[in-house]
Ligand binder design. Structure first.
Ligand code: B12
Length: 221
């Protein structure tokens, strides 16, 4: 199998909810020296995107989403050590607090963001999912984080991102921590509307922004 065939088969394994096959293909991909992030983007994430579209078209339902997520997370267990190895020896960049907003339990994109921040040299405090706005503030202050990364995967939970920004403002803390937002329904326009400090379309974009903030500060949004 060449690279494209492996990645296509991996996408298909997600669509078939076939955990054993997905893990075997990930091992094969790593053995074939396919970069870990290409395995995620070119295989696993493509599968998740297709499952989301099938869900929207009512071709699959919640149990299938859960199965696909399980295959994704199980595959990530194999990929993560290879990703983290790439970050070994990197200088320490700063501290990041991340979480998924109140009302939202989607964790996969945020977990990927956490991993890539670690690779880039950040100390990461992952607050998990369904995080109350005040919790972001408390943890950011406690850890003196330069970066607060917020994830939302649903249009219905995006307004909670504004609440997080407002919680920092209400305590006079705007400008002290860069508030970065992301997740598939989030846009640059929304970032500007709620006056967050930056939007990352992908986890890697979010890491690049975090590095810029940690190094220079400023408001890229
Ligand atoms: C897997 C999944 C689930 C799983 C989640 C499991 C888990 N542990 O995360 C389960 C089954 C639990 C689930 C539940 C639900 N889901 Co759901 N789910 C998905 C699905 C298929 C994939 C999401 C995913 O993991 N993608 C892969 C990751 C890698 O991509 P990502 O999260 O977008 O992250 C990337 C970037 O966005 C970015 N990123 C993400 N966060 C951040 C943060 C920062 C700071 C930065 C910089 C970057 C960044 O980095 C990542 C990589 O580059 C999506 C479809 C989709 N298109 O998103 C639907 C989807 C998000 N779900 C949806 C819905 C409706 C639901 C439910 C309400 C269903 C129901 N009837 O109960 C519940 C909601 C429960 C709740 N209260 O949260 C809808 C949302 C529609 C909307 N209103 O916007 C979607 C879009 C499906 C659809 N097309 O209709 N879901």
């Amino acid at each position: 199998m060449d690279r494209t065939e492996i990645l296509d088969a991996l996408k298909q394994a997600i669509l078939n909810y076939d955990e054993d096959r997905a893990r075997a293909l990930v091992t094969r991909a790593l053995d074939a020296d396919i970069p870990p992030l290409d395995i995620v983007d070119g295989g696993l994430s493509r599968g998740m995107k297709d499952i989301g579209e099938k869900f929207q078209a009512m071709e699959v339902f919640l149990p299938e989403l859960m199965l696909a997520a399980k295959v994704f997370l199980s595959s990530m267990e194999l990929i993560e050590p290879a990703v983290l190895r790439a970050g070994e020896g990197k200088p320490r960049r700063g501290v990041a607090v991340i979480g998924t907003v109140k009302g939202d339990v989607h964790s996969i994109g945020k977990a990927l963001y956490a991993t890539l921040l670690k690779v880039a040299g950040f100390e990461v405090h992952n607050l998990g999912v369904n995080v109350h706005p005040g919790r972001f503030v408390e943890k950011a202050e406690e850890t003196e984080a330069q970066i607060v990364g917020i994830s939302a995967l649903m249009t219905t939970t995006m307004p909670a991102m504004r609440e997080v920004v407002e919680s920092f403002a209400a305590r006079g803390l705007r400008g002290r921590h860069a508030i970065l937002i992301g997740g598939s329904p989030v846009t640059q326009a929304f970032c500007e509307k709620i006056q967050a400090d930056g939007y990352g379309e992908t986890a890697q974009d979010g890491v690049d922004l975090a590095i810029r903030f940690a190094e220079k500060g400023g408001r890229p949004c």
